[in-house]
Design a protein around this ligand. Sequence first.
Ligand code: HEC
Length: 148
Amino acid sequence: MSLTSKRGATCVLAVFLLGGSVVWGADPAVLKPRVPLDRIEEAKTWRNPFPVTPERLERGKKLFHGKGFCVTCHGRDGKGFGNIPGLRGKLPRDFTDKAWQAKRTDGELFWILKNGSPGTDMASFIPLVLTEEEAWHVLLYVRAFGGT
Ligand code: HEC
């Protein structure tokens, strides 16, 4: 490969990555609510009763990697496999997606941990795997991926 075509390829790659992340940030397939419409208003009123502290974050992290095994699908970096064009709305969510983080309330995320996301591999974790208290802790850690 000549130097020019190598540069060309790098350029195309850069545009692809940049373009991809812009589209991804506002991907309607990802931002579309997961809680059924007849439940969402109630779910949005649920608040995380545990204010974030370094100790609680650490507990959430342990649950994410251990008992909750979230890491197997969402990854150590929280990025899941959620950034493949065309499949973004079905694969394990990328928790570093700030547009997605801003769109969801804590209550909606808790609802998903209780009920799963119907029609996807995101199963229900409460009460079989996590207690409600543990779920709120793991969500503190999920939020931390968004830099909040
Ligand atoms: C078997 C793989 C798998 C495991 C394990 C898993 N998830 Fe998921 N998760 C998914 C998939 C797939 C989606 C995407 C579902 C969708 O698009 O509706 C998802 C989506 C989510 C969402 C986003 C829902 C929304 O409103 O957009 C949250 C929050 C979440 N998972 C948290 C967790 C937590 C916390 C754990 C560990 C307790 C966990 N997940 C474990 C596969 C998994």
